[in-house]
Design a protein around this ligand. Structure first.
Ligand code: PLP
Length: 348
């Protein structure tokens, strides 16, 4: 059961002028965990919430989130993309951060209802979508450093525009780390992002857009880039780091692997060392490097910095890029422009 408190006012938005994260849809899903169980989720007007200043989320960072999108095809049908992957992932994050698991009826059914009452907020232009942000925070008012007994799960939505290709400049990180052995790198924990802001700003001051993260103990193996999984097209293989406990198991990553294999490209999920990468760049064997994730979809890199030296990747026109092909194939499936041979679309 979902309690619906419909907003009396509906905001409107010009889909020709979307700036990511600026406008939020009229409603949000709000659900409290109290006395060891989830209460009924409430769909209510998007707006402020009240929590105690001693909520654990503010002091000990017990907070996780997800990122997903819904798409409208030209006939106005609405589709989610692989939503059960997000559902499973938020629960694996919850487990690692000692938070209560969320049920399918709250996450999936709640989201369906939210998108249903806010369906006018879903753009129907190709490449546009509504970005969905489910999140879970510890709301218990106690200052003791123990897991919370109260939580709030929420879902909010913001229209997202088609990200055009802006080739990125990335720097191979030699000091800071995003993730460590035994840590929480595989989860979508809020703190992972907080800890990346400072090193990212330093990289930006040095003229890069993002960091190419390396392993925390030796800084010699490539992990991810910014908040994206990263792929290297070297000789005739697409290489990406294995989805282990230090790598976030991206749903875009997983989908790109499937689509590359469908296209007949060899995919290797293995560690790529910085020295191997630099060696192959020098030999002109690295054709493309790109990052991928739900928000950006896919973005290729043009420059890689390493220990104050810059390496430039080949200039290839968009249409000839394997990354362009894979991005278009993914968007076509997401937008119901082509068949969905993998069963990824979830029609509302
Ligand atoms: C969310 C995220 C990704 C991308 O995952 P998707 O499921 O493809 O959106 C990659 N790396 C990090 C660190 C992330 O938080």
């Amino acid at each position: 059961m979902i309690i619906i408190e419909k907003s009396s006012h509906s905001n409107s938005i010009d889909f020709n002028d979307i700036s990511f994260g600026k406008n939020y849809s009229d409603h949000m899903l709000y659900c409290q965990f109290n006395n060891g169980k989830w209460e009924y989720p409430i769909l209510k007007k998007f707006g402020e919430i009240t929590v105690s200043p001693i909520s654990l989320v503010f002091h000990y960072g017990q907070a996780i989130f997800e990122g997903m999108k819904a798409y409208k095809d030209k006939d106005g049908n609405v589709f989610l993309f692989r939503p059960f992957e997000n559902f499973n992932r938020i629960n694996s994050s919850a487990q690692r951060l000692e938070m209560p698991l969320i049920s399918k009826s709250i996450f999936i059914d709640g989201l369906k209802q939210l998108l249903y009452i806010d369906k006018n907020w879903i753009p129907n232009n190709y490449g546009q979508s509504i970005y969905i942000r489910p999140f879970l925070i510890a709301s218990d008012g106690r200052l003791s450093a123990n897991p919370s007994k109260k939580y709030i799960f929420m879902i909010i939505c913001t229209p997202a525009s088609n990200y055009y290709f802006t080739p990125l400049k990335v720097n191979i990180e030699q000091k800071y780390s995003r993730s460590a052995d035994g840590g929480i790198g595989f989860t979508k924990a809020a703190g992972n992002y907080a800890s990346s802001f400072f090193p990212t700003r330093i990289a930006q001051e040095e003229g890069y857009d993002q960091i190419l993260w390396t392993d925390s103990s030796t800084h010699s193996l490539i992990e991810e880039s910014g908040t994206m999984n990263v792929f290297f097209y070297i000789k005739d293989s697409l290489i990406t780091a294995p989805a282990n406990k230090k790598i976030l198991n991206g749903i875009t990553r997983k989908s790109i692997i499937t689509l590359a294999k469908e296209k007949g490209i060899r995919v290797k999920e293995c560690n790529l060392s910085v020295s191997e990468l630099i060696y192959n760049i020098r030999k002109n064997l690295v054709k493309e490097v790109f990052g991928c994730g739900t928000a950006v979809v896919l973005n290729f890199f043009k420059k890689i910095g390493y220990k104050c030296e810059n390496f430039y990747l080949p200039k290839i026109s968009y249409e000839k890029r394997i990354s362009f092909f894979l991005k278009k194939r993914l968007l076509d499936i997401q937008h119901n422009v082509v068949d969905d041979p993998f069963g990824w679309r979830f029609k509302l």
